[in-house]
Design a binder for this molecule. Structure first.
Ligand code: RB5
Length: 152
């Protein structure tokens, strides 16, 4: 799978670790920066990752900032993106199975690399459950998006 990966300075160290980790799982990293530890604004990088997914340049995206919160706020502004902040493997699995989350947000100051690897593995191994109730809820999300947002 092609994974768009981005971070600000708060997520830079974990992003570097993920850049090494993801190819080992058979995934291709589409690098959206940052590529150094200098202060950077998370909206710029979360937007890049979200647009790469929304425009089909990557199948899924991962954004790392200090807490993961800012990254999720930004990514969810992009039509077609369902971003989830997950710091446990249960949420990482369920957010794909139930909510079809296509961008994972992580806090580089919250989780260490080993837990982040487990979260990413669980998230990437999961697929959307097409059971009727999940599809109905997803359709409602898409309808809300259509009502309030324009296309990217
Ligand atoms: C940067 O200091 C920090 O505010 C940012 O990485 C992120 O945590 C925002 O949610």
């Amino acid at each position: 799978m092609k994974i768009a990966l981005g971070a600000d300075h708060g997520g830079y160290e974990l992003k570097k670790r993920l850049e090494d980790f993801l190819p080992g799982l058979g995934h291709e990293v589409v690098n959206m920066g940052v590529d150094g530890p200098a202060p950077a604004d998370y909206p710029d990088y979360a937007k890049k990752v979200a647009l790469a997914v929304a425009k089909g340049k990557a199948s899924r995206g991962i954004v790392v900032c200090g807490s993961g919160v800012g990254a999720s706020v930004v990514a969810n502004k992009i039509p077609g993106i369902r971003a989830g902040l997950c710091h446990d493997t249960y949420s990482a699995r369920q957010c794909v199975e139930h909510d079809d989350v296509n961008v994972l947000c992580l806090g580089g100051r919250v989780v260490g690399p080993d837990l982040a690897f487990e979260i990413v593995k669980a998230w990437l191994a999961s697929t959307f459950s097409k059971t009727q109730r999940h599809q109905r809820r997803l359709d409602k999300i898409l309808a809300i998006e259509k009502e309030f947002l324009s296309s990217p």
